[in-house]
Write a protein that binds this ligand. Sequence first.
Ligand SMILES: [Zn+2]
Ligand SMILES: [Zn+2]
Length: 353
Amino acid sequence: MRSYDVTVFDSPLQLTERPTPQPVGEEVLVKIDAAGVCHSDIHICEGFYDLGGGKKLRMGERGVTLPLTMGHEIAGEIVAAGPDSAPVKAGERVVVYPWIGCGKCATCARGDENLCLKSRFLGVFRGGGYATHVVVPHKRYCLPIGDMDTTVAAPYACSGLTTFSALNKISRATLLEEPIVVIGAGGLGLMCLTIMQAMGAKGAIIADIDPAKRDAAIKAGAIAAIDPASPDAVARIRALTPGEAGAVAAIDLVGAGSTVQLGLDSIARGGKVIVVGLMGGEITLSTPLIPQRALTLQGSYVGTLKELEELMALVATGRVPRVPTTERPLDDANAALNELRAGNVVGRIVLKP
Ligand SMILES: [Zn+2]
Ligand SMILES: [Zn+2]
């Protein structure tokens, strides 16, 4: 098998060739046909998250060990299974759920494997998708996609699931009746808009500093696209909400201090800000405002296996419009990461081995 690996943090990925692994125990071997390039891969290969105030969360402290094959948006076909695996159909086309926990703790038992403290996330703590093959710990993480294009299916494992899980944290009735604020119109933002459309949501007021991304958001069906750098940004967002009282919810797909603040400034009393993005930063929050505004500040981190199953069922209905996607050969992995880092990507890049 071939893979592009992080061998030293903050350095280009290195091509590695080694014998294709044989699955053992309950493992399943998937031959990869498409692997999405996610913004979080930039943080992983740089080796840290910015916590704000000059503090950094280093990947080594988080349990990431090198060499590492990144890539957690994986679709392909099952080619082999270990002797203890439930029966598999060789050649079955699947999308892989990468947010795998220990499978033994109370959090995993609740179905929240994505929040497990002993996580085995593919492409983060175990080998992932920037490769020709990936070993998946159990068949249950391989969700059949029928004849769906793997380039379409792969990004739902992270970008799709992340936005779907954030949307699930807003009451469905509210989502259908009132506009919400979505901060960030990159790959996640466009994905969020398409899933909202399929869910029958009222719509999103998008905020993004990049005019090209605001245009893309309008084309993808956003109610409005606001430049958060303009001095009247909050007033313009509020003007689009019922009674100008603010939005019931804001989803922050950026996660900088300024964007979380924009979310807090844009919501109504009783509203919530759901922080998804990992750009990094910090905010100062006056504690009396939490009860006085009855506000909720909630984090959302990827999503559960059950949510990916629900999302893939929604996608299979054909109601989710496709996000712009660019296919690149696996050998372009470094170039793809550089383009994403430079902010030049509208939609998603998918690597094809
Ligand atoms: Zn991701
Ligand atoms: Zn666990």
